[in-house]
Structures are given as C-alpha cells and as structure tokens.
Design a protein around this ligand. Structure first.
Ligand SMILES: [Zn+2]
Length: 100
C-alpha cells in the first residue's frame, strides 16, 4: 500500500467521524468540512464536476452536495486516484458496508 493510499484511507475515516460530529454541531463544522472536501476534490480533479452536481451517490444516484456526503471511497482509474461517494441516506450507507 502506497503512502498516498494510506493518507486517503485516513481521510475516509476523518470524513466518517466528521459526519457524526456534523449531526450534532452542523454549523460550526461545516466550514472546516467544506475546505477539506474542496481540497480533496481538487486533488482528484473532480472539483468542477462536484460544483456542477455531476457526482452521484453510488447507490441511489442522487447528486452529491456538501450537505449530503455520507462516505467517500477512493479508487484507481487509469492509475489516478478518483473518489466515489455515497450520500448520507442510511440505506446508501448500509449498501456501502454490504458491498465490502
Ligand atoms: Zn444515496
């Protein structure tokens, strides 16, 4: 496992933890989360797509926005790391864990 892959996995855990914090303190955390996600998406060159709401939940197909990000899943496409997303619907989060 490369250093990049490890840091992405750490980020997933971070996002997942943040998700729970947001449930409690949505407003305070939102600004931090926005920056983290924007940086990550710029890194994978998916930021434009994200702004246009072209990135969809892997399960239900709903457009992913800053408000409904549930799980971030990195994968490799043509040797580049890309991100796929599941929205924060409990059914979609469950689907992600079932598919692992
Ligand atoms: Zn979904």
């Amino acid at each position: 496992m490369s250093e990049n892959e490890i840091s992405f996995i750490v980020l997933i855990i971070l996002f997942y933890n943040l998700y729970y914090i947001i449930m409690r303190e949505k407003k305070q955390i939102k600004a931090i989360l926005d920056t983290e996600i924007a940086d990550l998406l710029r890194h994978t060159e998916q930021y434009e797509q994200f702004l246009k709401e072209e990135i969809q939940c892997e399960n239900c197909g709903k457009p992913i926005t800053i408000e409904n990000i549930g799980i971030v899943v990195p994968y490799k496409k043509y040797d580049k790391i890309q991100l796929s997303f599941y929205c924060n619907d409990i059914i979609c989060i469950q689907k992600y864990y079932e598919s692992k």
